[in-house]
Ligand binder design. Structure first.
Ligand SMILES: NC(=O)C1=CN([C@@H]2O[C@H](COP(=O)(O)OP(=O)(O)OC[C@H]3O[C@@H](n4cnc5c(N)ncnc54)[C@H](O)[C@@H]3O)[C@@H](O)[C@H]2O)C=CC1
Ligand SMILES: O=C1[C@@H](O)[C@H](O)[C@@H](O)[C@H](O)[C@H]1O
Length: 334
């Protein structure tokens, strides 16, 4: 039984606690904390979590906590991950791993010093059956070389304080990870474009944006990013190969025929759209950690996405493709 402490009892923190407590037989949440301590206390009461800590640092140091799940806000991830790794504990960190390449590098340095993988990043799409199937076909070579990916990431809304740059670091970060995973390739150049703006987007951030990427092997990627005011939560991905194309399936929905109309329902948020992926992801993390070390997206993957995100944000308004420059991959991640 893996004894877990959770930092951050907000939307996804509670979702992950529910699955760790009720769906994953070899996991138990033994401690939680939140910046708003009442959120932690309420969550602990609801799920029967025995220990509530005032701070993340106290939770990381607690002797009953064997592994840590970080589901606090983006800006707080890097420091908690580093602290967890220094304590020699396994860490599952929701995306993004960090906000800067330097912070990711510090995490990798510490992991390398410890001599084993201690971090998994919450890029759950790698566990989504649709993306998994696409990767299988690409890797089989049946359709020849992948040439392009056309993707869309459309959200209904964002919370207070959302900014243009977060469209990349918080939202498109999923595409930055999944595209390099699907292609088995690294990024060479990146550019973000501000295109015709939606008249419904009046909250001070760019919407939509278009992300353009080129990989080392010459594949091209375009991602349409609508972070707000779309009609639903709609994630699309089409991989164009030499001998055919592969499309991510929409989640299944009943087909309703009524009033001379035929319709299906779209989902409105990530929690429902990727529910199966999150379930598989956390179950896999717990099992692999119990066996020795995690097998999912590593600190290196968190770093690669972070570097690409940084190039994209720096390219805004320059009209230029910027280089995506990474350090040499440490042996631990090869
Ligand atoms: N993989 C995925 O699809 C998703 C990932 N996420 C990621 O999960 C994280 C949490 O997102 P949500 O749950 O949607 O946000 P949220 O705002 O609902 O919850 C965040 C919680 O963390 C707490 N918190 C903030 N700073 C803290 C700190 N320094 N120490 C302890 N607690 C702190 C807040 O009080 C809040 O309760 C974000 O990093 C987000 O990017 C969120 C949704 C989906
Ligand atoms: O990670 C997530 C959220 O944090 C983010 O805000 C959403 O745009 C993403 O679709 C979701 O998967």
């Amino acid at each position: 039984m893996l004894k877990i402490g959770v930092i951050g009892c907000g939307a996804i923190g509670k979702e992950h606690i529910r699955r760790l407590m009720h769906l994953i037989p070899n996991a138990e949440v033994v401690a939680c904390t939140d910046y708003f301590i009442d959120a932690a206390k309420e969550t602990a009461a609801k799920y029967g979590i025995p220990n509530v800590y005032q701070t993340g640092e106290e939770l990381i140091a607690a002797s009953e906590v064997e592994a840590i799940v970080i589901t606090s806000s983006d800006a707080s991830h890097a420091a908690y991950v580093l602290e967890g790794v220094k304590a020699g504990k396994q860490v599952f960190c929701e995306k993004p791993l960090a906000q800067t390449a330097a912070d990711c590098e510090a995490i990798m340095e510490e992991e390398v010093k410890q001599g084993r993988k201690l971090v998994q990043v919450g890029f759950m799409r790698r566990y989504d059956p649709g993306y998994v199937e696409i990767k299988k076909v690409i890797d089989s070579g049946e359709l020849g070389e992948p040439l392009m990916i056309h993707a869309c990431h459309r959200n209904v809304s964002q919370g207070e304080g959302f900014q243009t740059e977060m469209g990349i670091t918080n939202v498109a970060i999923h595409e930055l990870d999944i595209c390099r995973w699907l292609l088995g390739d690294e990024y060479k150049n990146a550019q973000v474009l501000k295109v015709k703006q939606s008249a419904r987007s009046t909250k001070g951030y760019d919407n939509p944006q278009i992300v353009l990427l080129e990989t080392e092997n010459g594949s091209r990627i375009d991602v349409e990013l609508q972070v707000s005011d779309a009609y639903g939560y709609d994630i699309q991905c089409q991989v164009v190969c030499e001998k055919g194309t592969l499309n991510l399936p929409d989640p299944s929905s009943i087909i309703k025929r009524s009033n001379a109309t035929c319709s299906t329902t779209l989902m409105t948020d990530w929690a429902d759209r990727f529910i199966e992926a999150y379930d598989i992801e956390l179950a896999d993390w717990v099992t692999k950690v119990e066996q020795g070390e995690p097998a999912g997206p590593s600190s290196w993957d968190g770093y690669a996405a972070c570097v690409a995100a940084d190039s994209l944000n720096r390219s805004r308004g320059t009209n230029e493709f910027l280089k995506v420059e990474m350090i040499e991959k440490p042996e631990l991640y090869k």
